[in-house]
Design a binder for this molecule. Structure first.
Ligand code: AMP
Length: 299
């Protein structure tokens, strides 16, 4: 499996209606790589400050994640803080400190440049583009983004979308990016920007995949004790891309199965703060929940 991810490694401070955590391990690429590591080796490219704990890098390496593409720069690591409303769907960003990420100039090691499967995790589109410029053998490149970049860097983001095979968006991002209220219309409009596939995540209401030759919808796995939804989108993408990279093809059947793997991987993530739950999971846990989801969605 040759899968590379480029994005943030962070320390997050999170407030939920029931609890809070300060300086928890987070970041778009961190969550993605932990999730994808259930399917095989992952190469991680990013930057951390000199405050980043060695034990956190060791944890990632212990899950088979290649951290040799993680640069350690002088200064503080990326920090983000957010608060969730009681409905879990409304999240307020309280603070974003780019710190060492502000001047990050990604330099992909040779093994990362040769990867066949590439995920551009949520980051400033300019950084995602710089990483994309370096990959030489990619068969399937998927990008993520967020409301901040749609708001302040939309033209950079559209230039990136013209060059990728797929994009993952949540409902709010899809509406914001396209101006369409109806999510199917929004997804079809995103296809006109360039990607062959759009994966649209609707939180507890599930997700769908749309492409010129594809449409697949499924509900979320029913989790009855959500603890912290942070990183669910990144873990969905990690499960999706991890499975696709392990299958080494992008046939419609593979993409459909990958949607189930994304869904169950995200369901573990929300059961704990940070990577407290997903960071302990194995492929066996994922397979057992995959079969449950298959069962509850089959006739
Ligand atoms: P998600 O809940 O899937 O949207 O991902 C949450 C993660 O994204 C957190 O761990 C944050 O550290 C990270 N994050 C928040 N804002 C940004 C940003 N502007 N760029 C990159 N990563 C971010």
């Amino acid at each position: 499996m040759s899968l590379v991810v480029i994005g943030t490694l962070a320390y997050d401070s999170i407030e939920t209606p029931y609890d809070r955590r300060a300086d928890a391990l987070g970041g778009s690429a961190m969550y993605f790589s932990v999730a994808a590591s259930n399917f095989g080796p992952v190469r991680l490219v990013g930057v951390v400050g000199d405050d980043f704990k060695k034990s956190d890098l060791d944890f990632l390496a212990g899950r088979g994640i290649d951290v040799s593409g993680v640069e350690v720069a002088k200064g503080k690591s990326f920090r983000w803080s957010g608060r969730y409303e009681a409905d879990w769907n409304t999240r307020h960003t309280l603070d974003t400190q780019l710190n060492v990420f502000e001047h990050f100039d990604p330099k992909l090691p040779p093994a990362c440049r040769d990867a066949e499967f590439v995920f551009l995790a949520n980051a400033e589109p300019r950084i995602q583009m710089k990483a994309l410029d370096q990959v030489t053998k990619a068969r399937f490149v998927v990008a993520d983004t967020m409301n901040l970049w749609i708001d302040i860097k939309k033209s950079d983001l559209l230039a990136l979308l013209a060059r990728v095979d797929g994009v993952v968006l949540n409902d709010e991002e899809a509406r914001m990016l396209t101006g369409e209220k109806n999510l199917f219309r929004a997804a079809h409009k995103v296809l006109t920007y360039g990607p062959r596939y759009v994966i649209l995540k609707k939180g507890e209401h599930g997700a769908f995949l749309i492409g010129a030759d594809a449409h697949f919808s499924l509900p979320a796995y029913p989790v009855n004790a959500v603890v912290d939804p942070t990183g669910a989108g990144d873990c969905f993408a990690g499960g999706f891309m991890g499975y696709v990279a392990s299958a080494r093809n992008i046939e419609p059947r593979t993409l459909r199965r990958a949607m189930l793997y994304g869904t169950v991987t995200a369901s573990f993530c929300v059961q704990g703060f940070s990577v407290e739950d997903i960071g302990k999971r194995t492929r066996t846990d994922v397979e057992s929940r995959f079969n449950e989801l298959l069962d509850i969605t089959s006739l």
